[in-house]
Design a protein around this ligand. Structure first.
Ligand SMILES: Nc1ncnc2c1ncn2[C@@H]1O[C@H](COP(=O)(O)OP(=O)(O)O)[C@@H](O)[C@H]1O
Ligand SMILES: [Mg+2]
Length: 238
């Protein structure tokens, strides 16, 4: 279908570059993310994933490039560790820096399954519960863009699977654009509309995941996509 309309973009970078001491870590990065789109960024350790995420989060003032770097003002970041303030309770951590947000904080805490834990201290929570608080803290701000850097990397496998279901559910309900950095191929295929692969600071793959909302790891198509992405990451099967 032909259309002259320019699609709205939540994220747009053109020819993004980042080097450290003359060594190129990211180069020629062009990314578009549509409003409400869920994109996963895969890459081996050291490929530049966190550097790219920090650039998009405007946490890095050293990025350069000939083109644009456009991100919404209203964005939130989630890291691998929950980074909760130990002297604030759960609800206070979620609403940190906001005023009049207690009601919204309670709603989102219920959505992440922590109803009744509002007064708990971070030290009283498991790792998975702490990450749910961190997600709630990000989403209560109703970000247009959620940037997540291996947010489930420190969790055990079962908790991670539960967090995947939770994140999908929250994204369907709240529709932020998402860039999820991960090195877990199955996590990327399970969650994302589209998967990018970064290798030595360059994007080498941009794959739309043509699976329905129910993503059964056991289907042949899931297996095909997994093999393809693993091959792009340099992991072959013999
Ligand atoms: N502040 C920095 N100073 C120098 N080198 C850095 C800095 N941050 C990242 N790097 C280098 O950039 C490369 C990519 O790092 P990073 O983005 O953290 O990779 P990833 O998240 O994919 O594991 C690595 O070689 C790393 O050493
Ligand atoms: Mg990293």
């Amino acid at each position: 279908m032909a259309s002259n309309a320019v699609p709205l973009k939540a994220v747009c970078t053109r020819d993004l570059y980042r080097g450290f001491a003359g060594r190129s870590v990211l180069s020629g990065i062009d990314i578009n993310i549509a409003p409400g789109e869920f994109v996963a960024l895969l890459g081996r350790s050291g490929s530049g994933k966190s550097t790219l995420l920090k650039a998009l989060a405007s946490l890095d003032h050293g990025v350069a490039g000939s083109g644009a770097l456009h991100v919404p003002d209203n964005l939130s970041v989630v890291f691998q560790d929950a980074r909760l303030l130990p002297w604030r309770n759960v609800l206070q951590n979620v609403t940190l820096g906001l005023t009049g947000a207690d009601a919204a904080g309670r709603v989102i805490l219920a959505e992440v399954g922590l109803q009744g834990r509002e007064s708990a201290w971070p030290v009283e929570l498991s790792g998975g519960e702490q990450q749910r608080v961190a997600l709630a803290r990000s989403l209560v701000r109703e970000p247009e863009l959620l940037l997540a850097d291996e947010p489930f990397g420190a969790l055990d496998a079962l908790t991670r699977i539960r967090m995947h279901a939770l994140l999908r559910e929250l994204c369907v309900r709240r529709r932020p654009s998402v860039l999820l950095v991960t090195h877990d191929v199955d996590e990327a295929i399970t969650l994302a509309d589209r998967v990018l692969v970064l290798e030595d600071g360059r994007l080498i793959e941009d794959l739309t995941i043509d699976l329905g909302p129910e993503r059964d790891h056991g289907t042949p198509r899931f297996g095909e996509i997994r093999r393809h992405l693993l091959a792009r990451l340099g992991v072959g099967f013999h």
